[in-house]
Structure formats: structure tokens, C-alpha cells
Design a protein around this ligand. Structure first.
Ligand SMILES: [Zn+2]
Length: 187
């Protein structure tokens, strides 16, 4: 179910906080289109830190693996990346469905190492929103459907107080890929 207890603005605010704390970046420089790597100098370890802060804030589990890794795991080695570690046509097709046609840099033959630079503040916010949208209709502990949030970040059961239980990011990517595959039969 789509939940509306946590707004996209609030998620963006928490992301900014996490980025400022991790990278000591100037908050005013963080816009939706900001690339964490290209514009703010983030390195791969910084993403672990940022993800961890978001996980703590919202009580979620972010994806540990990128879409391309899931494609290779689900549809076989070589389906997303060729022997030189470059994107296949199919990988580009999937990434465009996920991140939008306007990611101009995305093209077949692109090196996998260039992908992280495409991660923007907005794509991280969308990743969090996807997870928050997995909030079940009913509390898994008491069965009530009365989710509440006092701070607009953490969601709790209004009846028994149990913290919301979301699907984890990797499971959601796998489910999404399965749906894309059913519709598009790419692999
Ligand atoms: Zn409950």
C-alpha cells in the first residue's frame, strides 16, 4: 500500500542530513539532481555510511546490491555486463525503465564503474520511498491498521506501538525486476 505518513520532502530532508553528516557537505548544495560522487566527492564507503543513517532514521533496510548485480544473479552472468564489465543493451533498457529516459549518460558499452556517479540525491530519495511504500496495510503484531507517525519519519502502530515493518530494498528490487521481466521479456 502507498503510505502517506512520511512525505518525500521529509525523506529528502533526512537524506540531506545524512549527506551533510557523512561528507560535511554544504546543505544548500544538495539538490535533487546533485550527483553524490561527481558534485560532492562521495566515495563508495560514504554510501554505506549514508545508507546506514537513513536505515536508522526510518527503520528500514536499504538495498545492498545494485540493480545490475540483481540482474546477473537472476538471469545469469553476462546478462547485465559483458566480459569487459560494460553495460549490455538489456541492462541499459532496464536502467532506463528504473531511472528514467533522461539519464542521458546511460548507453550500452558504458563501463560499470561509471554507474555510481549517476546516483543522485533524488534517486536515493526514490529508493527510500519505494521501501516506505511497502508498509503493509496491517500491523504484523496486532493486526490493527492504524499506522501513525509523530515525527514524520518513524512509523509505529497506533494500537500496539510496534515499529513498522518494511520490505528490504534488495527484495523490492528483485520483485520489481520480476515484474519488468514479465512485461518486457528482456531476458
Ligand atoms: Zn500493532
Amino acid at each position: 500500500m502507498g503510505q502517506n505518513l512520511v512525505t518525500e520532502e521529509k525523506v529528502f530532508g533526512e537524506l540531506k542530513k545524512a549527506v551533510v553528516e557523512t561528507l560535511r557537505a554544504d546543505e544548500n548544495k544538495i539538490k535533487p539532481e546533485t550527483s553524490l560522487i561527481k558534485d560532492l566527492g562521495a566515495e563508495s564507503l560514504d554510501f554505506l555510511d549514508i545508507n546506514y543513517r537513513l536505515e536508522q532514521a526510518f527503520g528500514i533496510k536499504m538495498a545492498r546490491h545494485f540493480v545490475l548485480e540483481h540482474i546477473e544473479e537472476m538471469y545469469g552472468e553476462g546478462t547485465a555486463l559483458d566480459e569487459n564489465g560494460q553495460l549490455t543493451d538489456k541492462a541499459v533498457a532496464v536502467l532506463k525503465i528504473r531511472f528514467g529516459e533522461n539519464v542521458a549518460e546511460l548507453k550500452p558499452g558504458m563501463d560499470m564503474d561509471e554507474i555510481p556517479a549517476l546516483v543522485t540525491a533524488q534517486s536515493m530519495v526514490s529508493g527510500v520511498m519505494d521501501i516506505l511504500d511497502s508498509l503493509p496495510e496491517k500491523c504484523t503484531k496486532c493486526g490493527a491498521s492504524s499506522w501513525k507517525s509523530e515525527d514524520g519519519v518513524k512509523v509505529k502502530c497506533g494500537s500496539c506501538g510496534e515499529a513498522a515493518e518494511y520490505s528490504n530494498g534488495d527484495d523490492l528490487i528483485k520483485a520489481w525486476l520480476t515484474k519488468v521481466q514479465e512485461e518486457k521479456k528482456l531476458f
